[in-house]
Design a protein around this ligand. Structure first.
Ligand SMILES: *Cc1c(COP(=O)(O)O)cnc(C)c1O
Length: 426
């Protein structure tokens, strides 16, 4: 980890050109890499030497960008993935297998819910979903002999529940398993979950990190803090020989780099969800201004929330940075400088009124996205979460009249003008 402050890390970390080299990370648009002799390449296949040979495993552009995100989060190793979904999938599959179990906050992104509730279940890994506000006792009660991880989101998409990371970490560690935090909405500008005890962080870099809605991508970062060897019986994949690499043991050979090395050399080798170097380049451009954009997103979000709260056609507003919000105290603890640009609200008159209001917006677009510079809205009950029944919706913190509003970085007056005229149409 560098000693730079977070703003400097956004710009400087991950890539330091040597004499005469390009100032900006080049796009290594190459599937493969050349070696002088057969033995040199053989050593790479045995993980004896580190180096590039095939972009499905590693690529210099991707590694530089992963190293930047790693430094921003304060971790020891990181890898990029093709999407946030791939990151959340690999983060679990890297330490769990058929017969295992995970605990997940019920307030998570709809795609993550489907992944953990249905898809990994078909692979033999079951999940128990817990209330994001669960007490320590309730969390303890969710553990089983075969539990391998606890998972949650810093700020849940779209429930905007702020997770008590310290509490979740304490309980996870008491049971000898890591806490995995999806830090997509907060970004390391506003919260660095490792500082509160989380062990692994995941990102959908598609959101604020890219920030311009140009490149789908994901990232997994390891804090290096979880002691896999201390719980060796639970994590044989990391602590016993890997026959596909002549019996090497990841924790023995790679120490704090064990988790990410295994994720690269097994998950990425076999499942192949690499981020394209072109997308990694775009992601890096986004990262360079993340520290400038996040405060503006947060400021606009609070001002939009205040406007909506005072409007007589609006039923309710959630914005964790706004005093009076259910999560205000937790937000102040974990994200005193701001949470994110996403807020949620309901229009009086329920589902139909919400749809009517959204259809009347002129600048603010209806899109399946959040967290880019352009303001946009989405109605989760009709869109991202439409597969869920009413009960599942409520458990995920999604009221049927909830509009997810991703407040962009435009002039706040223009944002409010658009909201105002659309509310008049309801
Ligand atoms: C969007 C999102 C994901 C999924 O990421 P993709 O890049 O779309 O695959 C995961 N977690 C959170 C919190 C998200 O917002």
């Amino acid at each position: 980890m560098s000693d730079y402050r977070i703003e400097t890390k956004c710009i400087q970390s991950g890539y330091t050109p040597k004499n005469g080299e390009p100032r900006v990370i080049p796009i290594y648009q190459s599937t493969t890499f050349k070696y002088e002799n057969s033995d040199a390449m053989g050593k790479l296949f045995d993980l004896e030497d580190s180096g590039y040979f095939y972009t499905r495993l590693q690529n210099p552009t991707n590694d530089a960008v992963a190293a930047k995100i790693c430094d921003m989060e304060g971790g020891v190793a990181a890898m990029l993935t093709s999407s946030g979904q791939a990151a959340n999938f690999y983060a679990i599959m890297n330490i769990a297998e058929a017969g295992d179990h995970i605990i997940c906050s019920s307030a998570v992104y709809g795609g993550t819910y489907n992944l953990y509730a249905h898809t990994i279940r078909k692979m033999g890994i079951s999940a128990t979903f817990v209330d994001p506000d669960a007490s320590e006792d309730e969390l303890n009660a969710a553990f089983q002999e075969n539990t391998k991880a606890v998972v949650g989101e810093t700020i849940a998409n779209p429930g905007l529940n702020v997770l008590d990371i310290e509490k979740f970490a304490k309980v996870a560690h008491a049971h000898g398993v890591p806490l995995i935090i999806d830090n997509t909405f907060a970004t390391p500008i506003n919260c660095r979950p490792f500082e509160w005890g989380a062990d692994i962080v995941t990102h959908s870099t598609t959101k604020y990190m890219d920030g311009h809605a140009t490149a789908v991508g994901g990232c997994i970062v390891d804090s290096g803090n979880f002691d896999w060897d201390a719980h060796a019986d639970k994590f044989p994949g990391l602590t016993t020989p890997d026959e596909t690499y002549h019996g090497l043991v990841y924790t023995e050979r790679f120490g704090k780099g064990a988790y990410i090395t295994k994720a690269t050399s097994q998950m990425m080798r076999d499942l192949g969800s690499i981020q394209s170097p072109q997308n990694a380049f775009l992601l890096n451009l986004g990262l360079e201004t993340l520290h400038l954009r996040m405060p503006r997103h947060c400021e606009n979000a609070v001002n939009a929330a205040k406007f909506l709260q005072a409007h007589d056609k609006v039923a309710w507003v959630n914005c964790p940075s706004l005093e009076g919000d259910k999560y205000y105290d937790l937000a102040q603890k974990y994200m005193p400088n701001g949470t994110c640009g996403v807020i949620t609200f309901g229009v009086k008159g329920g589902r139909d009124a919400c749809v009517k209001m959204m259809d009347a917006l002129k600048m603010i677009a209806i899109v399946t996205h959040v967290a880019d510079s352009r303001s946009c809205v989405l109605h989760p009950a009709s869109h991202t979460h439409r597969q869920m029944n009413e009960q599942e919706l409520l458990e995920a913190g999604v009221q049927p009249d909830l509009i997810r509003f991703s407040v962009g970085t435009e002039n706040i007056e223009d944002i409010i003008d658009d909201l105002k005229q659309a509310l008049e149409c309801v």
